[in-house]
Write a protein that binds this ligand. Structure first.
Ligand code: AMP
Ligand code: GLY
Length: 421
């Protein structure tokens, strides 16, 4: 028998918990390390107190512990150049090099690429001068979408309904450098349901995952401020097989090919944040990594050995076996009251009865043996059933088993949109 492999996962949220969980089911995987991990991940992996962006430290760790494969969760590690550094050191790593991750880290790079290769997306212009940008907005239509050209922890997008809002946002981004020095991409406002299409990509090889839909707003009915995502589900009844074929061919494959042609072949997960508009499916954004919380509902559907998929992609091959269980899955996030604004940490969490499903930790830690929250989003409860309605019902039932003294909240309508469209 072949020796079991040591694997390192970089990251610490619910997405990484789902990745670690999937890896733990692989017959090829031995020890799993996770940097920095969290209390939930700690049950399946050894957590290493290292920052995701500590590229040198992580590289030394991987060399010293003879890590066979490293899997990168968050984009900040990609932007820090972790894949480039590991590859240079001869280490196998799943994720794109920095140049390819620009599809996420630079809005302008992504928009230019799409326009050059005829990939459907909202029309746009990029500006670095405040007055020029404002003049452009004044002569256009409202609402208008303003995007900071760089990583802004999900806060760099403003949909401005009025000129006043647009001006404030432009001032923040271009005059006050709220997210740092950078350009702004001004985009046409599109309408329609949004969905997330993640694919395993290795150069020109593109293998789709099941589709999922995120819920970005904090409260029921898509009300309240934007968050990192309050829940997700799969599959999506409003996306037809024809839509999926179109998105795979005209968006995901074309983008993978474009990155090869540009000399920055992509390896890892290419995430298309897509919208089904009345004019067809268009790209809202790309990410260069697994989505969060989509991963927490998508990976539980994977029937094949995820280690083998990661290994093949990292080695520049097409993963051979990627099979899915297409039964519906719904994931509901429990967040601290006040999130995404100010909120308490250290909330004690108990499971009053075993949850019939997966519980992935997003922001937790152990304090004197007690499980406590350490972030705004704390846990996600993920349930499967034979129908979407049943999976929703089950997730709503199971989430109540998490006892938190009323200090956490969750959306009661995750997956409800599937029945409207
Ligand atoms: P992004 O960070 O690019 O995903 O944008 C965050 C959110 O802003 C998206 O999930 C959309 O809901 C919204 N958004 C971004 N671009 C557009 C657009 N061109 N038209 C309408 N809504 C948009
Ligand atoms: N769910 C959106 C993201 O991962 O960026």
């Amino acid at each position: 028998m072949e020796k079991l492999k040591n694997v390192l996962v970089v990251g610490g949220g619910g997405r990484c918990h789902a990745i670690v969980h999937a890896l733990s089911k692989s017959p090829q995987v031995g020890k799993i390390f996770c940097a920095p991990g969290n209390a939930g991940i700690g049950k399946l992996a050894e957590c290493i107190p290292m920052k995701e962006t500590d590229v040198e430290g992580l590289k030394e760790f991987a060399l010293a512990r003879k890590i066979d494969l490293t899997v990168v969760g968050p984009e900040i590690a990609l932007e820090a150049g972790i894949v480039d550094a590991f590859r240079k050191a001869g280490l196998r790593i799943f994720g794109p090099v920095r140049g390819a991750a620009r599809i996420e880290t630079s809005k302008e790079f992504a928009k230019e690429l799409m326009s050059r290769y005829g990939i459907p997306t909202a029309s746009y212009r990029a500006f670095s001068d405040f007055d020029d940008a404002l003049a452009w907005v004044r002569q256009g239509t409202l609402p208008v979408v303003l995007k900071y050209d760089g990583l802004a922890a999900g806060k760099g997008v403003v949909v401005a309904e009025t000129l006043g809002e647009a001006e404030t946002a432009l001032r923040d981004m271009l005059l006050d450098d709220k997210f740092g020095k950078g350009k702004v991409v001004i985009e046409e406002f599109l309408t329609g349901p949004e969905f997330s299409f993640m694919c395993f990509v290795s150069g020109r090889e593109v293998v789709p995952m099941v589709l999922a839909q995120d819920h970005k707003r904090a409260y029921d009915g898509d009300k309240g401020p934007n968050t990192g995502g309050m829940g997700a589900y799969t599959p999506l009844p409003f996306i037809t097989p024809e839509d999926e074929t179109y998105a795979l061919r005209e968006i995901m494959q074309k983008t993978a090919d474009a990155l090869v042609d540009e000399g920055v072949p992509f390896t890892g997960v290419l995430y298309g944040g897509l919208m089904k508009t009345p004019q067809g499916i268009k790209v809202i954004e790309f990410n260069a990594r697994f989505g969060d919380p989509e991963t927490e509902v998508v990976l539980p559907c994977l029937k094949s050995d995820i280690y083998e998929i990661f290994r093949a992609v990292a080695d520049g091959q097409r993963p051979e076996k990627v099979e899915w269980d297409d039964r519906p899955v719904v994931g509901i996030v429990l967040a601290a009251k006040g999130y995404p604004g100010s909120y308490h940490k250290g909330i004690e969490i108990l499971e009053t009865a075993p949850v019939d499903g997966d519980v992935y930790h997003m922001g937790t830690s152990l304090t004197d043996g007690r499980l406590v929250s350490s972030g705004g989003r704390v846990l996600i409860v993920v349930c499967r059933a034979d129908t979407l309605a049943a999976a929703r019902g089950k997730a709503l039932h199971e989430v109540e088993k998490i006892e938190c003294g009323d200090a956490l909240f969750y959306r009661k309508d995750i997956g409800a949109k599937a029945f409207l469209k």
